[in-house]
Design a protein around this ligand. Structure first.
Ligand SMILES: Cc1ncc(COP(=O)(O)O)c(C=O)c1O
Length: 357
């Protein structure tokens, strides 16, 4: 039987992850998938039975929710405190817990080692497995990153998931999962039956890319660039929006969350921003159940300084103009000789990029 996960990429990627993220595994535990999302789906399909309870961070990652719903899981949103997923006082017993501990999506919070230990202890006592989604943790701007939850696990409870679409480029479509030793054979079979397989030529090219030092070099270069872009966005947003936005500078990653004042509606503001050519995501959409906050979630990694300044300017202008004033203004007849301007192709392109990174 020809292996679907190429040994060369398994060894190279694992060495990279051990060095940068502190994972501890043997090469045969690494499953190479067409994306992180498909790795999450593979785990959900293999581990979860209809009616099992899955815990999700709230706010959290909608892609995970979709994967668990598709296999009939009962979704429970678990709130966050300042150390991440808040597990104190929980009496329910989940089958699966999905977390983004190194850069919580979308708040950017870091789960400290003490909470990681508590979470591992809780999962072991509840008989639950944990999916650790480490989607962008190679990009760290301040201080040293905390090593992965997987590396701390002594009980075979953690599935570690990551993606190369952020550390290389979005179209590469390669993700991976480290599965517990006891489940390696089951996962190889499930992966093959589900067709979640990456072309051997792509796997081999990536192995060379990593072995020859290009991946580490690229990440070092991007960390410098993205740090400067993060700082620029923080600075320009603060200047453009003042106290109407509470900007949370992220310690890593490619996106930034800015809280709106409680009575502002992030979906309305998001729609108005889209009309002005800037795409952001509303925080409220990321909650399981009722939204407990309003905010704007925006990418900075794909934008140069000029584009960041222009985007921040639009955001500042829109959130300083109440929606009713803006709609009155736009429904006024256009004075003779003035024509409305459709968004340029360039601004439409920009809005697409904001949606991604
Ligand atoms: C938190 C989180 N996890 C996983 C993914 C999926 O990554 P991939 O593009 O490899 O499916 C994303 C994509 O943006 C993400 O934001």
């Amino acid at each position: 039987m020809v292996g679907v996960n190429r040994p060369g990429l398994r060894v190279a990627l694992l060495r990279h992850l051990a060095e940068h993220r502190g994972v501890k595994a043997a090469a045969h535990q690494l499953v190479i998938t067409p994306s992180a999302q498909s790795a999450i789906e593979l785990i959900a399909r293999t581990i979860v039975d209809q009616g099992d309870t899955a815990w999700l961070e709230s706010p959290g990652y909608g892609g995970a929710r979709a994967a668990f719903e598709a296999v009939g899981a009962r979704i429970l949103g678990v709130g966050l405190d300042d150390r991440g997923l808040s597990i104190a006082k929980r009496i329910d017993r989940p089958r699966l817990i999905f977390v983004t501990p190194s850069h919580q999506y979308p708040t950017g919070r870091l789960m400290p080692v003490s909470r990681r230990q508590e979470l591992l202890g809780f999962a072991a006592s509840a008989g639950a497995v944990i999916i650790e989604d480490d989607y962008d943790s190679e990009f760290h701007y301040d201080g040293r990153p905390v090593a992965s939850l997987q590396g701390l696990d002594r009980g075979n409870t953690v599935f570690y998931v990551g993606t190369l679409s952020k550390s290389t480029f979005a179209d590469i479509r390669v993700g991976y999962a480290i599965v517990p030793e006891s489940l390696v054979t089951i996962f190889e079979r499930a992966q093959r039956h589900g067709g979640q397989i990456v072309a051997a030529s792509v796997q081999d090219a990536l192995a060379d890319f990593i072995n020859e030092g290009y991946l580490a070099q690229h990440i070092r270069k991007m960390v410098r660039l993205y740090r400067a872009r993060r700082d620029r966005l923080v600075q320009t947003l603060k200047a453009a929006a003042g106290d109407r936005l509470e900007v949370m500078p992220p310690a890593g990653g490619m996106q930034l969350l800015a809280y709106l004042r409680a009575h502002d509606d992030d979906r309305t503001i998001t729609t108005r921003l889209a009309e002005a050519g800037v795409t952001v995501r509303p925080l409220s959409r990321h909650f399981v159940g009722e939204a407990a906050g309003q905010g704007l979630f925006l990418g900075f990694a794909a934008w140069n300084e000029r584009e960041i300044d222009a985007g921040a300017d639009v955001i500042g202008r829109i959130i300083s103009t109440p929606a009713d004033a803006a709609s009155k203004r736009s429904s006024r007849p256009v004075p003779a000789g003035r024509v409305g301007k459709a968004p340029s192709r360039r601004s439409r392109r920009r809005s697409n990029r904001h949606a991604g990174a």
